[in-house]
Design a protein around this ligand. Structure first.
Ligand code: ZN
Length: 627
C-alpha cells in the first residue's frame, strides 16, 4: 500500500483568518517534487486561483530547509531532496462562500481545494488529514463527511469497506481524518466550531445537519427542517433505487452557514455546503408541520428546501453520473462540457419536483414556483442568441462572469434547463402514453454510468433518452438544447390538466390594461439615484439611446429616484413619449422615450380537474415516488 500524503491544518490565527498548514510526502520525486493548488473547485465553473490566498510558504526535509520556487500561478517546485519533505504554509481564509475557506473566532470552514496542495504525481495516493484544535477553543468540534481514521489498527481499508464497523458518525473531536485520494479530499468540505447539530435517517442512512452562524433569536425549528429534509432525501433515494432503496453514501452532511443575506450551495459526494439567510429558517413558534395540503410554506423556507433538494439531487446527477470530461478533472484549467443544461438544468427541474412528489409542497404551490421560473426565462432575450449547450460550454467566461449585458446575451442553463427538464419529462410521458418518464432516463444513466463509474460522453444523453424510452427525441434536442427554441410547454401541460397562460408583468388579471414598458432594470448604488443597471434588448430605453450605467435624474421635468421609478413609468399610458434627463459619467444628456406595452412574459399555471384522464396524468406526474 502507498504511504499516505500527510496533511495538518490548524486554525492558527483565527482573528487574522490564517490557517497554518503542512503537507508531508515520504518519498518526494528525486528530480524535485512539485506541488499545486487547484485553480477552481468542481461544481463551480470559474477559475478562482485559490493560490492567491497562500501567504507564506517554505519547505524542509530532515530538519533542513529545501529551496522552493513558484513555476506558475498555482505551482511550487522544490529542489531535489531526500524525504520526508514537508511544506509549511499559511492560508488566508476570509471568503464567506461555499467555494473556498473562511476562518474567524466564531468558526472555520474549508474546501481542501483552497488549503491543501497536491504533490504532483500523487493524485491517487491516500491522504491523511490531521485537524489540530485552535488554542483556547476546547468546545470546537468537526462536521464533515470525511471518515475519521479508524482508531483500531490492523483493520485494512478493504475490510472496512466490506462492512467492518466504521467510526461513529456525527460531530467529531479534532483528530485525523482520511480520504482515499486527493479527489475525495477536495470533495469533502469541513466545518469546525460550535455549530447546531441535528440528525435523521433517510432509507437507513444517517443524515446530519450542521447550522453555523448566529441563529434567529426566536429559535430555529431544527426538528421541522429534519422532517422535511427526510421526506425529500427519501423520495430521491427511491427515485434512483426503487428496488434497493439504497443511498450511494455511508452518511450525508448538510453544512449550512447562516448569514443575514445570502443564498447558494455547492454539491459534494456525501455532503453539501449551503449558505442561507436567517430569514429562510423555520422558527420554533411558527406553524407546526404542514397538515393541510392547501397550506403553503413560507416562500423563504421553501427556497431553502429547494436548494437543499437541488444539492442532494447532485449526489447522483453530476457527482456520480458525470460528464465524461469531469471523470478526471484538470484542476489547473477550465474543463469544458456542453452538458451542464442536463447536470444543472435537470437538477433544477427535479429540486422543486421532489418537493411536490414528497408532499412537502402542494400542487398549486409547485406550479406557482414553476410559473415564476418560466416567467424569468421568457423575460430574457439572451435565450434567442445562445443555446443551453453553448451556455454550458461557456459557463466559465459567461454564466459565471455576468455583466450588465448578460440578459441580452446569454441564457441560464439552470432556468431554461429546468424548463427543458419539464418539457422533456412531459413529452416522454405523453408520447409513451404514460409508460415512461424522465425518471426512467435518469435511472438508466445511474445504472449504466453512475454506478459503474463511467462518464457520460458528450452528445450521448440525447441517444440514451431515445433508447430508454423508444421515442425519437431528435427534434426536441435539436430545437431547445442545441438551438434557441423555447420548449412548447402549453400543450404538454394541457395534456396533464394544467392551463398555461401568459400576461404582461404588472397586469393584475388577464383582460386588465397592459402597463407601459420602459425596458431597463433600475436600481440604486448608495444615494437612491435611479441608475440603469441593465438595459434590455429591444426595449424602449435602448431604442432611445439610454445605456446601462446611466443615472436618470428627471422624467418630464420631475425629479426621480430608484424607489419611485417603476411606479412613475407605470402611470403613463401605453404609447406616451417621455423626456428623461440622465447623467452618463458626468455628462448630462436628454432622451425622448416612447413607451410601448409590456410583452406578455408573465406565466400563470392553473390546474383543473377535467378531463379525468388528464387529471390522472397530472397526479401520476406530481404524485409520490412509488415505493
Ligand atoms: Zn447545481
Amino acid at each position: 500500500m502507498q504511504t499516505p500524503i500527510h496533511y495538518t491544518l490548524k486554525p492558527a490565527h483565527p482573528a487574522a483568518h490564517l490557517f497554518a498548514v503542512t503537507v508531508t510526502v515520504d518519498t518526494p520525486d528525486p528530480a524535485g517534487q512539485s506541488f499545486m493548488l487547484p485553480v477552481w473547485i468542481p461544481g463551480s465553473y470559474m477559475v478562482r486561483e485559490f493560490a492567491r490566498n497562500i501567504v507564506t510558504l517554505k519547505a524542509s526535509a530532515r530538519g533542513k530547509p529545501v529551496p522552493v520556487a513558484k513555476t506558475d500561478k498555482c505551482t511550487w517546485a522544490c529542489a531535489p531532496c531526500k524525504g520526508p519533505l514537508t511544506l509549511h504554509y499559511e492560508v488566508y481564509a476570509w471568503d464567506l462562500s461555499v467555494r473556498a475557506a473562511h476562518l474567524d473566532d466564531t468558526h472555520g470552514f474549508f474546501n481542501a481545494s483552497s488549503v491543501f496542495l497536491l504533490p504532483l504525481g500523487m493524485r491517487e495516493q491516500p491522504c491523511e488529514v490531521e485537524l489540530i484544535a485552535p488554542d483556547g477553543k476546547p468546545e470546537w468540534k468537526i462536521a464533515t463527511a470525511l471518515p475519521a481514521k479508524p482508531i483500531t489498527t490492523g483493520i485494512s481499508r478493504a475490510s472496512a469497506r466490506k462492512g467492518a464497523p466504521m467510526p461513529a458518525s456525527g460531530p467529531m473531536p479534532f483528530g485525523t481524518f482520511v480520504a482515499a485520494d486527493y479527489d475525495e479530499l477536495i470533495d469533502q468540505p469541513v466545518e469546525m466550531g460550535t455549530f447546531l447539530h441535528a440528525s435523521f435517517e433517510a432509507c437507513g442512512v444517517p443524515h446530519h445537519v450542521a447550522l453555523t452562524g448566529r441563529m434567529p433569536p426566536a429559535g430555529v425549528d431544527v426538528a421541522r427542517l429534519c422532517v422535511d429534509l427526510k421526506k425529500i432525501c427519501e423520495a430521491q433515494i427511491r427515485l434512483f433505487e426503487p428496488e434497493m432503496q439504497q443511498a450511494p453514501m455511508r452518511e450525508y452532511w448538510f453544512l449550512i452557514t447562516v448569514v443575514a443575506d445570502g443564498f447558494g450551495g455547492l454539491e459534494h459526494r456525501a455532503s453539501t455546503a449551503l449558505i442561507v439567510s436567517r430569514e429562510d429558517l423555520p422558527l420554533k413558534h411558527e406553524a407546526p408541520h404542514r397538515s393541510k395540503p392547501e397550506k403553503r410554506l413560507n416562500p423563504a423556507y421553501r427556497r431553502l428546501l429547494s436548494l437543499a433538494s437541488h444539492e442532494y439531487f447532485h449526489t447522483w446527477n453530476v457527482k456520480r453520473i458525470k460528464p465524461e470530461r469531469f471523470m478526471d478533472y484538470d484542476l489547473a484549467n477550465e474543463n469544458y462540457t456542453r452538458q451542464l443544461w442536463f447536470f444543472e438544468g435537470l437538477t433544477d427541474y427535479y429540486d422543486d419536483l421532489m418537493l411536490a412528489r414528497s408532499g412537502v409542497i402542494g400542487t398549486q404551490e409547485y406550479l406557482d414556483v414553476e410559473a415564476e421560473n418560466i416567467s424569468r426565462v421568457l423575460a430574457q432575450n439572451g435565450r434567442h442568441k445562445q443555446s443551453v449547450a453553448d451556455s454550458s460550454f461557456d459557463a466559465w467566461i459567461k454564466y459565471y462572469r455576468q455583466d450588465e449585458n448578460a440578459p441580452n446575451a446569454i441564457v441560464s442553463y439552470y432556468q431554461k434547463g429546468a424548463i427543458i427538464g419539464m418539457a422533456l419529462d412531459l413529452t416522454i410521458r405523453r408520447r409513451s402514453k404514460g409508460r415512461f418518464s424522465l425518471d426512467d432516463v435518469l435511472r438508466a444513466l445511474w445504472q449504466t454510468h453512475g454506478k459503474r463509474g463511467r462518464g457520460v460522453a458528450e452528445g450521448s444523453i440525447e441517444k440514451i433518452a431515445a433508447r430508454v424510452t423508444g421515442i425519437d427525441l431528435g427534434d426536441f434536442f435539436a430545437g431547445v438544447v442545441h438551438g434557441t427554441a423555447d420548449p412548447d410547454l402549453a400543450p404538454l401541460l394541457k395534456h396533464h390538466a394544467i392551463d398555461m397562460s401568459l400576461r404582461a408583468p404588472g397586469q393584475g388579471k388577464a383582460g386588465e390594461p397592459v402597463p407601459a414598458y420602459f425596458g431597463a432594470k433600475v436600481g440604486s448604488e448608495t444615494n437612491g439615484d435611479a441608475k440603469l443597471l441593465q438595459v434590455f434588448d429591444g426595449g424602449a430605453a435602448q431604442a432611445a439611446g439610454l445605456s446601462a450605467g446611466d443615472t436618470v435624474v428627471a422624467i418630464d421635468g420631475l425629479r426621480i429616484n430608484a424607489a419611485n421609478f417603476d411606479r412613475r413609468i407605470q402611470r403613463y399610458a401605453v404609447g406616451s413619449t417621455i423626456e428623461l434627463l440622465a447623467f452618463r459619467r458626468d455628462e448630462m444628456m436628454r432622451f425622448s422615450v416612447s413607451l410601448p406595452a409590456q410583452a406578455k412574459t408573465f406565466c400563470v399555471l392553473a390546474p383543473h380537474n377535467t378531463p379525468a384522464d388528464a387529471k390522472a396524468r397530472r397526479e401520476a406526474w406530481l404524485g409520490p415516488v412509488p415505493h
